[in-house]
Design a protein around this ligand. Structure first.
Ligand code: GDP
Ligand code: IMO
Ligand code: MG
Length: 433
C-alpha cells in the first residue's frame, strides 16, 4: 500500500521539504498533477534546490522519479530544470520517466495565460503565467496534445496544424501576435528529442512492477487551490486533492495506505483570492518580512500574503483528502511571536459557523473567530525531539491535533533537511487555551 503527500492550504506548505525527508523510505516518487506552476524547495547538504516539475525525492540516488498522466509538461521549463540538475551533479540517468498520457504545454498556452490575465485586469486570478489553465482547458476540450501524440508522427501531423490555427485565433482575439508556424514546428522537433528518452508506461510500471509500499505520490499546490473544492474561481486548473493525485498518477485509491497532509503553522497565499485569516494592517510583519521567513514565491518570486492558521479550512482539507497524519512546518517562524492566534470558526452574517463556505459572498464576509495562545518566545530551531520543544509550543500543537482529530507526526523547525522532529506523539497532552 502506497503513501501520498498533499498540501492542506493554498500551496507552499513545505511539501518539498517533507517529500525529501521521507524519500529514503521509498523507491518510486510520482508527481500526479499540476505543472511547473509548482515550486518545491529543498535544502540539503548545504545547498538549496528548487523543483518545479521534477519530483522532490530526486536527490537520493536510489529513487526513481515519475511525472504521471495528470501532470502538464512544459518542455522548455523541464529542459531548464534538467540542466540545473546536471549543474548540481544530480544524475537522473535511468531514473526519470514521463507518462505518455501527460499533456504538453506549448508556448501559445503561456501567451494565452498571460493575455487572459491582462484582459481580466482587476479580476485576474494572479496565475503563475506558466500556461497551466490553457493547457488543461485544451485537455478538457479534447484538443490538447499528449506526449504520446507529440511522439507519434502520424498523429502529430494530423493534430498540430488545427491546434496551432485555433490557438492563433484565440491569441488574436486577445490582441496578441500569432505564433509563427515555422518556429512552432522547430520547437516541436526539439521537444520530441527532449521528451522521447523519458516517455514511458508510467501507470503500468508503478503498479505492476514494484512493491506499492515503496511508492510515494507527490501532490502539488494545495487543497484550497483545487479546481473543484478550492476558493473558486481563484484556483488552479488541476485537482490538487487526493482524488486528483490518484487520478493523475493512475494509482487506485484502494492501494493507498497513508495520506500525509502538510500544513504550515500559519497561512500563506500567493495570487488573488480569499484569505479569511489574513493579517490585519497592524499585524502585518508580525512574523517577519517575506524574505526572512522564506515567503516569496519559488516559481514567480512574488511576495506571499500571510495570516493566522485556519482550523476551519484545515479540518475540511483533512476530510476531503482522507489525511491519516499531519506534517506541520515552519513552527520556528512563530518562535518570537508573543501572542499567537488560531481561527476555529467563522462569523458569517452574524452566525457562528465551523463550515468552510462554498459561497463567494459568504467567504468574502467571513470574519475569523480566534483562540489566542501565549507564544513560547524562544527558539525551536535546534529541537531534535518532541521533549526538546517548549511547553507552550507543545500546547499549541496539541490544540491543533485535538481540533482536527488527526495526529501530528512530523514537526519541521527550519528549512534544512535535518531541522525536523519525527515520530511525534501528542495524544496524552492536556491543553490550556
Ligand atoms: P512547497 O511548494 O509546499 O514545497 O513549499 P515551498 O518550498 O514553495 O515554500 C516553503 C518555504 O518554506 C521554502 O522556502 C522552504 O525552504 C521553507 N521551509 C519549509 N519548511 C520550513 C520550516 O520548518 N521552517 C522554515 N523556516 N522554513 C521552512
Ligand atoms: P506549490 O506546489 C502556491 C496559484 C497561483 C494562482 C493560482 C492559479 O509550490 O505549492 P496557475 O498558474 O496554477 O493557473 O495559478 O494558483 N498557484 C500556487 N500557489 N503554490 C503553488 O504550487 C501554486 N501553483 C499555483 O499563484 O493564485
Ligand atoms: Mg511552492
Amino acid at each position: 500500500m502506497a503513501s501520498a503527500i498533499v498540501g492542506l492550504q493554498f500551496g507552499d506548505e513545505g511539501k518539498g521539504k517533507v517529500i525529501d525527508l521521507l524519500s529514503p523510505d521509498f523507491t518510486h516518487i510520482v508527481r500526479a498533477q499540476g505543472g511547473n506552476n509548482a515550486g518545491h524547495s529543498v535544502i540539503a547538504n548545504d545547498k538549496e534546490y528548487h523543483f518545479h516539475l521534477i519530483p522532490s525525492g530526486v536527490l537520493y540516488k536510489h529513487t526513481k522519479c515519475y511525472l504521471g498522466a495528470g501532470v502538464v509538461i512544459d518542455p522548455e521549463g523541464l529542459e531548464n530544470e534538467l540542466l540545473q540538475l546536471k549543474e548540481d551533479q544530480v544524475n537522473i540517468e535511468g531514473r526519470f520517466f514521463i507518462s505518455k498520457y501527460a499533456h504538453v504545454v506549448f508556448p501559445f498556452h503561456k501567451l494565452l495565460d498571460k493575455a487572459s490575465e491582462r484582459k481580466k485586469s482587476s479580476s485576474a486570478i494572479g496565475t503563475t503565467g506558466k500556461g497551466i489553465g490553457p493547457c488543461y482547458t485544451d485537455r478538457a476540450a479534447r484538443v490538447g496534445m499528449r506526449v504520446a501524440d507529440l511522439l507519434d508522427e502520424v498523429v502529430f501531423e494530423s493534430m498540430s496544424k488545427t491546434l496551432l490555427e485555433s490557438k492563433n485565433k484565440q491569441l488574436s482575439l486577445l490582441g496578441c501576435d500569432p505564433v509563427d508556424a515555422s518556429s512552432f514546428y522547430e520547437a516541436c522537433a526539439h521537444y520530441k528529442k527532449l521528451l522521447k528518452p523519458f516517455a514511458s508506461d508510467v501507470e503500468q510500471d508503478i503498479f505492476y512492477d514494484i512493491d506499492p509500499s515503496k511508492v510515494l505520490l507527490e501532490g502539488a499546490q494545495g487543497t484550497f487551490l483545487d479546481g473543484l473544492f478550492g476558493t473558486y474561481p481563484f484556483v488552479t486548473s488541476s485537482n490538487t486533492c487526493m482524488a486528483g493525485v490518484c487520478l493523475g498518477s493512475g494509482f487506485p485509491p484502494t492501494a493507498i495506505r497513508s495520506v500525509i497532509g502538510v500544513v504550515k503553522a500559519y497561512t500563506t497565499r500567493v495570487g488573488n483570492g480569499f484569505l479569511v485569516t489574513e493579517f490585519e494592517e497592524e499585524e502585518k510583519g508580525v512574523l517577519g518580512d517575506n524574505v526572512s521567513v522564506r515567503e516569496t514565491g519559488t516559481t514567480t518570486g512574488r511576495d506571499r500574503r500571510m495570516g493566522w492558521l485556519d482550523l476551519v479550512m484545515l479540518r475540511y482539507a483533512i476530510r476531503l483528502n482522507g489525511v491519516t497524519s499531519l506534517a506541520l512546518t515552519k513552527l520556528d517562524i512563530l518562535d518570537h511571536v508573543e501572542e499567537i492566534k488560531i481561527c476555529t470558526a467563522y462569523e458569517i452574517g452574524g452566525t457562528h459557523s465551523e463550515i468552510f463556505p462554498a459561497s463567494t459572498t459568504e467567504l468574502k464576509s467571513a470574519k475569523p473567530v480566534y483562540e489566542k495562545f501565549d507564544g513560547w518566545v524562544s527558539s525551536t530551531k535546534e529541537c531534535k525531539k518532541q521533549d526538546d520543544l517548549p511547553e507552550k509550543a507543545l500546547n499549541f500543537l496539541a490544540r491543533i491535533e485535538e481540533f482536527c482529530e488527526v495526529p501530528i507526526k512530523i514537526v519541521s523547525v527550519g528549512p534544512e533537511r535535518e531541522k525536523v522532529i519525527q515520530s511525534c506523539d501528542l495524544s496524552k497532552r492536556k491543553i490550556s487555551v
